[in-house]
Write a protein that binds this ligand. Structure first.
Ligand SMILES: NC(=O)c1ccc[n+]([C@@H]2O[C@H](COP(=O)([O-])OP(=O)(O)OC[C@H]3O[C@@H](n4cnc5c(N)ncnc54)[C@H](O)[C@@H]3O)[C@@H](O)[C@H]2O)c1
Ligand SMILES: [Fe+2]
Length: 381
């Protein structure tokens, strides 16, 4: 089977990139924007950075902000109704993965109404039409949802998150402006940054990885390792490095998939509403340890990309350990907690079952039994 790469038609990078939005809107001849953002971003004036530009250019829009972190089926359904009532012909998604993922689901259902129940979009849904055009403006440096073909929705009733994979949801334009991320508090910067590192490491070691995605993932690991501590300290360089690093990780993993860390992380968020990045970060050394014998010499390149010295003189066992230790150190330096107090012994069985049913699990380089997954969750208790 041929390898497929699907990316944005156009993307802008660097401080001030949001100033390109008006030209893109005019160039496409769009009439009215449906701005999809979350309530905190509206409250703290992050969304306004973009709407001010639209106001100055006399471009009409309407704001939809019924979006919670780990967005729900209800957020999507309400968004579909709001879009229909708005008379808009394109979407500007402003926010983290939650706003961008909700926008993708709304955009897909508007052009493919037979999927209006939302649940039927899980996995690779046979949609026929590209979604409503989306201009995606990330405000976190983590998910890279602006350049991925994925979106993740929470089914509150069934206590599960489900992953949807569809090339029809790719934003036509991504505007990756580090200044949109500068208002993130330290904890959120750390968690979303570790999500990006998890994408890069899982994408690099996933079953379908190949030369072109390896190139993206190794560069992403290098950029993220070099810049995450500085981004948490809110330096300009740190923010720029992370904006780019997380995007490059997305160029890779979106096209090849992830692994058991993400499948377990989705389960934690669905059951306990754990923020996605925190869940990914806590599980990263544990899942890397589980996979270590199934990764050839890849941990050598991970250790090198993370700046570990003397890797060429290390034995296989040593460089594998060095890669895991470098991840642990970065996590610790940026303040990621090691334990999740909410996990209960009686939940372990269903957590493991759900993780093994998650769409990210089949990409993992090593197969896992339910008992092994339970054991990994137990390490977080
Ligand atoms: N589509 C994909 O490929 C993909 C990949 C990974 C994760 N995800 C999904 O994305 C979601 C997580 O997204 P996220 O980690 O970006 O966070 P998020 O979108 O859930 O936002 C978390 C919180 O951070 C706040 N916030 C965001 N940007 C801010 C800023 N600049 N300043 C201050 N506060 C800000 C938001 O208001 C919100 O309260 C999860 O549902 C996850 O499953 C999607
Ligand atoms: Fe993620």
């Amino acid at each position: 089977m041929a390898n497929r790469i699907s990316l944005n038609g156009t993307s802008y990078h660097g401080a001030g990139a949001i100033n390109e939005i008006v030209n893109e809107v005019k160039g496409h001849g769009f009439k009215k924007a449906f701005i999809s953002s979350d309530p905190d971003l509206v409250k703290f004036g992050v969304t306004k950075k973009v709407t001010d530009l639209l106001d100055a250019a006399n471009l009409p829009y309407e704001v939809y902000s019924d979006i919670k972190p780990n967005p729900t089926i209800e957020n999507v359904k309400n968004g579909v109704e709001a879009f229909k009532a708005s008379g808009a012909d394109y979407i500007i998604a402003i926010g983290g993965g939650s706003s961008m993922d909700t926008s993708k689901a709304i955009g897909i259902i508007i052009t493919n109404p037979e999927f209006a129940d939302v649940r039927s979009l899980e996995g690779v849904a046979p949609t026929k039409n590209p979604c409503v055009p989306i201009i995606a403006v990330p405000t976190t440096a983590g998910t890279a949802a602006e350049v991925t073909i994925n979106y993740v929705i929470t089914d509150v009733e069934k206590q599960r998150k489900f992953v949807c994979v569809d090339t029809h949801d790719m934003p036509i334009v991504a505007v990756v402006d580090p200044e949109m991320m500068s208002t993130m508090p330290k904890g959120l910067t750390a968690a979303t940054g570790m999500d990006a590192l998890t994408h890069a490491i899982e994408g690099y070691t996933t079953k379908a990885a190949w030369e072109m995605t390896d190139m993206f993932h190794l560069e992403a690991i290098r950029l993220i390792s070099e810049n995450l501590r500085d981004a948490v300290a809110n330096t300009k360089e740190g923010r720029e490095g992370m904006a780019l690093g997380q995007y490059i990780a997305g160029m890779g993993f979106s096209n090849v998939g992830l692994g058991i860390d993400h499948s377990m992380a989705h389960t934690l968020s669905a059951h306990y509403d754990t923020p996605h990045g925190v869940a990914c970060a806590m599980l990263l050394p544990i899942s890397m340890e589980f996979n270590r014998e199934y990764t050839g010499d890849k941990y050598k390149n991970i250790a090198k990309a993370m700046g570990v010295e003397g890797v060429d003189n290390m034995s296989q066992d040593e460089y594998r350990q060095a890669a895991i230790d470098a991840v642990k150190k970065l996590s610790k330096d940026v303040g990621i907690p090691e334990k999740n107090e909410r996990i209960k012994e009686e939940d372990l069985d269903v957590l493991a079952t759900d993780a093994l049913n998650d769409a990210c699990y089949p990409g993992n380089p090593r197969e896992a039994t339910k008992e092994q997954v339970i054991e990994m969750f137990r390490q977080l208790m």
